[in-house]
Ligand binder design. Structure first.
Ligand code: HEC
Ligand code: HEC
Ligand code: HEC
Ligand code: HEC
Ligand code: HEC
Ligand code: HEC
Ligand code: HEC
Length: 335
């Protein structure tokens, strides 16, 4: 149908405000429509070979001399979930992009155990493409953190960034809850799992819950803020703070977060604040920042409620407009 005719008709029916609301509604729909699906990753031949053993509960070992086969258990620590791997940040890699091609022989020769692992900086060092991430600054911050400043044997960037599962979430996700959950799981992988902690340090793992029982509504806080928001020093050039401080320097003051100039604006909400600024202009972001008090004037249910109300209003308008349009046509005998 001709657009101008359509617009004229709507005007005649008196449902003029539909002209205003409709584009808004479409814009609202489109604002949520840019959710991209994970690309389906195909594994190459070599990777499939590795995953035949490392992606399975059991694998088959063949005696090259007799041809006998035996079914063996794959140790849990050496197992890689192919689906999780495929979705990880480095999931498009072949295993031997990082591991020696000598791993194609099995049982693996002893020599491969002496090959050093890549470090993040080996690939991400001077690359313009990653300048925005500031790998060098992250490395400096890590080196003076509790995990990096004194020698915990075998502790490295990979200790938190599991090479086979790490997925950049801070920049990819729109959901603060998801970012917090993922981030905290990286810490709790050790601080909540004695087997991972004790391979690094012979010390009793302290109980996270009782160490934080001064915090009211602990489970809510652990879902809404990241460990690093209390435990790491903010550095303005990096998005995710990497200088984890000794526990006695952690944030304990409620007002540090529960105030108009909350520290969270420069940490947890940093990305959102910057994005908002570039999307809707500084003015808008500045207003939302200053009017925002954590735990005081944002309510999830209220947001959902307002969206529902908005939907209902639109539906009512649509029905109303249709009825008027029909009656208009009837009256003018155009049926
Ligand atoms: C026939 C089964 C099998 C295949 C195929 C296989 N692996 Fe393994 N892999 C094992 C077993 C069993 C171990 C543990 C014993 C060992 O370390 O040799 C292991 C250990 C490893 C380790 C840990 C070494 C260490 O001690 O930290 C790495 C890394 C590894 N494999 C990588 C690979 C890669 C990469 C491929 C593919 C190119 C591959 N594997 C193919 C069975 C296999
Ligand atoms: C981005 C680089 C990278 C890719 C890709 C990669 N790995 Fe690894 N992998 C590592 C690093 C680094 C370590 C050592 C981790 C550490 O020290 O904490 C490791 C450790 C391992 C281990 C030993 C785990 C352990 O806890 O001791 C196995 C087994 C393994 N890799 C198999 C694979 C297989 C199979 C693939 C392909 C499906 C693969 N890796 C792909 C970097 C990679
Ligand atoms: C063997 C080289 C190699 C190593 C080692 C490596 N990376 Fe990467 N990394 C890459 C490549 C290549 C990409 C781009 C992958 C793609 O686009 O599919 C990438 C992507 C990333 C991204 C996402 C970048 C973006 O534009 O969204 C992050 C974050 C990242 N790596 C962090 C790390 C960290 C942290 C480490 C160390 C724990 C590390 N990488 C180690 C090669 C590497
Ligand atoms: C104590 C745990 C820990 C260690 C050690 C660690 N990281 Fe991270 N890193 C994190 C967490 C948590 C995130 C945020 C993950 C997310 O939500 O995307 C992160 C994110 C990153 C990012 C992405 C930041 C962005 O702007 O999106 C890079 C790059 C990175 N780390 C590099 C490194 C390098 C390089 C090292 C070693 C020098 C290192 N990390 C060591 C916990 C750690
Ligand atoms: C790979 C295991 C591992 C991961 C992952 C890990 N840590 Fe640790 N962390 C340790 C170990 C081991 C120590 C003990 C070091 C010491 O006391 O010398 C430690 C020490 C600490 C301390 C100092 C405690 C004190 O008594 O002062 C804090 C705070 C801390 N970690 C927070 C975090 C946070 C936040 C994260 C996530 C960003 C994280 N850790 C991730 C293993 C881990
Ligand atoms: C609201 C701020 C806050 C949050 C969120 C928080 N912590 Fe803490 N944490 C603290 C404070 C303050 C202490 C010091 C408690 C004390 O000294 O009794 C502490 C203590 C610790 C300790 C030292 C325990 C010991 O052995 O004495 C570790 C390790 C730790 N936290 C890790 C974490 C991890 C992991 C998370 C995320 C799951 C987390 N914290 C979340 C504030 C926080
Ligand atoms: C690291 C920042 C941080 C610190 C420190 C902190 N909080 Fe919170 N607090 C939050 C966030 C974020 C929420 C969740 C707000 C939301 O979802 O809107 C929250 C929620 C709450 C709630 C629930 C509010 C509601 O809407 O249901 C209470 C009560 C609360 N905090 C009290 C405290 C007290 C008391 C302290 C000090 C002992 C404290 N908080 C320290 C960040 C923090």
């Amino acid at each position: 149908m001709d657009l101008t005719k359509f617009v004229k008709k709507i005007r005649k029916t008196g449902a003029r405000w539909l002209l205003l609301v409709l584009p808004l509604f479409i814009a609202w729909l489109m604002s949520g429509a840019d959710v991209s699906l994970d690309p389906k990753v195909e594994f190459d031949e070599e990777t499939l070979q590795c995953l035949e053993c490392h992606g399975a509960m059991r694998y088959t070992l063949v005696d090259p001399e007799t041809g006998d086969t035996v079914s063996m258990k794959m140790y849990e620590e050496l197992r890689i979930d192919p689906n999780v791997y495929a979705k990880a940040t480095h999931g498009s890699f072949s295993c031997i992009d990082c591991h020696s091609p000598d791993f194609e022989t099995h049982p693996h020769p002893v020599s491969v155990k002496f090959e050093p692992n890549f470090e993040c900086i080996d690939c991400h060092g001077p690359d313009e493409k990653y300048a925005d991430f500031n790998f060098e600054t992250i490395e400096e911050e890590y080196s003076i953190s509790v995990h990096g400043n004194h020698y915990i044997e075998n502790f490295s960037c990979w200790s938190c960034h599991n090479p086979h599962t790490y997925k950049n979430t801070a920049r990819q996700s729109e959901s603060i809850t998801e970012i917090v959950a993922y981030n905290n799981s990286m810490c709790l992988g050790c601080h909540g799992d004695i087997s991972h902690y004790e391979v690094l340090i012979e010390r009793q793992l302290t109980n996270m819950l009782s160490k934080h029982d001064w915090l009211p509504n602990q489970s809510l806080h652990f879902r809404k803020v990241r460990c690093i928001d209390c435990h790491a020093a903010v550095h303005e050039d990096i998005l995710v703070a990497h200088q984890v401080l000794p526990a006695n320097q952690a944030v304990r003051n409620c007002v540090d977060c529960h105030s108009t100039n909350s520290i969270l604006m420069g940490s947890l909400y940093k990305h959102q604040v910057v994005e908002k600024r570039s999307k809707s202009g500084f003015f808008n972001a500045a207003i939302t920042n200053q009017a925002y008090i954590i735990g005081a004037n944002r309510n999830y249910y209220f947001n959902v409620f307002s969206v529902v109300i908005f939907g209902l209003v639109l539906a009512a308008i649509a029905v109303h407009a249709t009825l008027r349009y029909i009656s208009y046509r009837r009256q003018h005998g155009k049926k």
